[in-house]
Design a protein around this ligand. Structure first.
Ligand SMILES: Cc1cc2nc3c(=O)[nH]c(=O)nc-3n(C[C@H](O)[C@H](O)[C@H](O)COP(=O)(O)OP(=O)(O)OC[C@H]3O[C@@H](n4cnc5c(N)ncnc54)[C@H](O)[C@@H]3O)c2cc1C
Length: 385
């Protein structure tokens, strides 16, 4: 078995891995990024809704972003008397994720990252990290390993760090739509019969529609796919739109237990979903994964320069987690919406002025993830095409 040597091995080329790898390479470190998928444009696991705060702080390639969305429509079971919330600002844009990942990979390679696609991290033997690639098994020695390998992180297990236990599962269909009459809108349905413990959604930005459901896996009475089929049959926000025969299917687990406490040790650290960096309430993980990656890269840079892995002690999930208490409580509340009657009662509150104000703060606020590291507005993801 051949053995390579690098400063940092990053496992997983989602947004967290790509961003962390790019930042480290820009700081002059030798980085190998391995991804088990053979291409970055297949098996996408996200709707790709970016919130205003991300759009303001991270220079995502504009040609990879859909039109701005200012309207959110909330529906009870039965879809009657929805609550419409309009923001005065551009709140969301949906990423065209395939080209966006490709642009991020190009930015990474431009910075000097070596990317190995179709290469699975397969474990650790002493000092050597084992990889299974197109040309068979290989090994790599790295000063540090970064687990950017998603909600069910193998790296977390091998480093004996904390692992996600509280997960939702989500699935969606994506297809092109004709430009409609209404404004781009994000429709959310609170109905435990199709989305037990979370929401069903339609995002229609006048270019693409995303129709999805998410919830606790064991509570779907006819499975995730069955719930998606039922929801898609009556989904709101799609008048005048015919669902094509061929649709893109996306899906995956979503950790909603909050940032894990132990996300770093002397041998490496976790970022993104692997670290549980997802808002427990909204299940948004794109903003958190970018922000936590900034902190991870800064900490690793310090450790590599000083030659002291103790710098990784600053990478403390417990401190971040403390700032999520409110959202963890609200997640528990959402998890308790088990019957249509409870969901309908929640809408009675939502229709009051304080209820609308609270919903506006959650949907249009700045609270996706605490600011964890100073960052300059640098072109981290390059251009799209
Ligand atoms: C259906 C769905 C919709 C969502 N929609 C939104 C949304 O609209 N907005 C939002 O903010 N958040 C959303 N989220 C959450 C968000 O997508 C994630 O939090 C975010 O993408 C996490 O990025 P990541 O890089 O940490 O993980 P991932 O994007 O999951 O990347 C992990 C990568 O690691 C690779 N990998 C895993 N194991 C190995 C291994 N052993 N060897 C090599 N590679 C490996 C995987 O192939 C994968 O590419 C959604 C999640 C789901 C499931």
């Amino acid at each position: 078995m051949t053995t390579d040597q690098v400063d940092v091995l990053v496992v997983g080329a989602g947004l967290a891995g790509l961003h962390t790898a790019t930042l480290l390479a820009r700081q002059g470190h030798e980085v190998l990024l391995v991804e088990r998928r053979p291409t970055l444009t297949g098996a996408i696991r996200t709707t790709g809704i970016f919130v205003r705060r991300t759009l303001e702080d991270f220079p995502l390639p504009p040609d990879c972003l859909g039109p701005a969305i200012r309207r959110v429509v909330l529906y009870p079971p039965g879809l009657r008397r929805p609550v419409t919330l309009d923001s005065a600002r551009d709140e969301y844009r949906v990423g065209d994720m395939a080209p966006l990942y490709v642009a991020a990979a190009r930015a990474a390679t431009d910075a000097g990252v070596r990317i190995a696609l179709g290469t699975r991290y397969a474990g650790r033997r002493g000092e050597v990290f084992l990889l299974a690639g197109r040309d068979g098994p290989t090994g790599v020695r790295a000063r540090f390993v970064v687990g950017a390998d998603g909600a069910r992180s193998r790296v977390a297990r091998d480093l004996a760090l904390d692992r996600n236990r509280h997960l939702l599962v989500g699935a969606e269909e994506v297809f092109g739509v004709p430009r409609g009459d209404g404004p781009p809108a994000f429709h959310c349905v609170l109905d435990p019969a199709v989305a037990p413990g979370y929401l069903a959604w339609v995002v229609n930005d006048g270019r693409h529609a995303h129709v999805g459901v998410a919830g606790y896996a064991h509570r779907f009475r006819d499975g995730l796919r069955g719930a998606l089929r039922r929801f898609a049959a009556t989904a709101p926000g799609l008048s005048g739109v015919d669902r094509p025969e061929e649709v893109e299917r996306r899906g995956g687990p979503i950790p909603v237990g909050g940032v894990l406490r132990r996300i770093g040790c002397v041998d490496g650290l976790l970022v993104g979903d692997a670290a549980g960096a997802v808002s427990p309430l909204t299940a948004g993980g794109l903003d958190p994964c970018l922000r936590l990656s900034e902190l991870a890269a800064a900490v690793l840079d310090e450790a590599l320069r000083a030659g002291r892995p103790t710098a990784l002690a600053h990478y403390d999930g417990a401190a971040l987690r403390a700032r999520f208490r409110g959202r963890l409580l609200l997640r528990q509340g959402l998890a308790q919406v088990r019957t249509p009657a409870v969901a309908a009662a929640a809408f009675t509150l939502l229709r009051t002025p304080p209820g609308r104000a609270a919903a506006g703060r959650i949907l249009f606020g700045d609270g996706s993830f605490p600011a964890v590291a100073p960052f300059a507005a640098r072109p981290a993801t390059g251009r799209c095409r």
